[in-house]
Design a binder for this molecule. Structure first.
Ligand code: HEM
Ligand code: HEM
Length: 235
């Protein structure tokens, strides 16, 4: 259902599944760093990695069937839109990610996917290895483990940029983005006419998809890695 509003009003920006995804992602990435770099407990690291894999697959699905602001087709914009936004940021009315923010979201998701993908083949040369490491040569394992280590710094760089951009909007432009990512809502600005199609039953649909993906990812990776490797063309 579409919901067209004018000020003064509060408008829904983020649906619950997108907000849950975001804050679980933050907890997940922190835990992955903590279990690998501080605790050195790679078995726990790998288990949390499986859960995060389910979470990311869920976000990819939600990017096609979630409410407007969660959809990739709504926020992924070409260079023309990004340049236009950079020239006149205040003229662009966006509900959800602005064109530049969207670029950083896509970069964050891609770098996280590289981190998850390389983790599946990584090997610490002692006890722990990703579920697919035996399907590739030792050289490939070493290369992917190296990428897993280096890509983590790229991820840290993107997270720092992300936090700096949020701080700029929050403190300098007085836009309460963090509150919107927590409550899901924000005030409409004067002169703004925006709409967001809110999905009814979004929570239930999302819960069913998320649980199916999480259980599926955990079961396949823990008990059927050979079957999954076959599906992925690994021999
Ligand atoms: C591990 C650290 C973090 C990662 C990987 C991360 C990643 C992301 C991603 C992928 C999105 C897009 C959400 C979506 O459409 O699904 C996003 C949005 C957002 N994040 Fe984070 N985030 C992190 C930490 C934080 C923290 C600590 C805060 C708050 C202090 C924050 C505030 C926000 C806000 C406000 C948005 C919405 C931005 C907008 O209005 O366009 N993030 N983040
Ligand atoms: C976003 C997700 C992930 C993050 C942020 C992450 C982060 C890290 C970090 C910081 C290290 C330590 C690297 C070092 O020694 O310098 C590490 C090592 C490792 N990770 Fe991950 N990881 C992720 C996902 C995964 C997944 C899904 C798996 C496997 C299923 C995995 C398996 C491993 C293994 C086996 C190591 C040991 C490699 C070594 O000794 O260098 N990781 N990870």
């Amino acid at each position: 259902m579409t919901d067209l509003k004018t000020p003064p009003a509060r408008i829904k920006v983020w649906d619950l599944p997108t907000r849950l995804f975001h804050w679980l992602l933050v907890v997940g990435i922190f835990s992955l760093w903590f279990t690998a770099d501080v605790l050195g407990r790679l078995s726990l690291h790998i288990a949390i990695g499986y859960a995060l894999l389910g979470l990311i697959v869920f976000r990819l699905v939600w990017g096609f069937i979630g409410s407007d602001t969660a959809r990739f087709s709504h926020f992924v914009r070409g260079p023309r839109h990004i340049i236009q936004y950079l020239k006149k940021p205040d003229d662009t009315v966006t509900l959800g990610h602005n064109p530049l923010g969207a670029l950083s979201v896509v970069a964050l998701l891609l770098v996280i996917m590289v981190q998850l993908g390389t983790g599946l083949f990584a090997n610490d040369q002692i006890y722990s290895e990703g579920p697919f490491s035996d399907y590739v040569s030792e050289r490939t394992q070493d290369l992917l483990t190296y990428i897993h280590e280096i890509n983590f710094y790229i991820l840290l760089g993107l997270i720092s940029l992300h936090l700096a951009a949020i701080a700029y909007h929050q403190l300098k432009k007085h836009e309460p983005l963090v509150r919107a990512m927590i409550t899901g809502q924000r005030e409409l600005k004067s002169g703004e006419r925006v709409q967001n199609a809110n999905l009814h039953f979004a929570g239930i649909i999302a819960l069913v998809i998320a649980l199916t993906l999480a259980v599926g990812a955990w079961y396949l990776l823990s008990y059927q890695p050979k079957l999954l490797a076959g599906w992925l063309g690994l021999h």
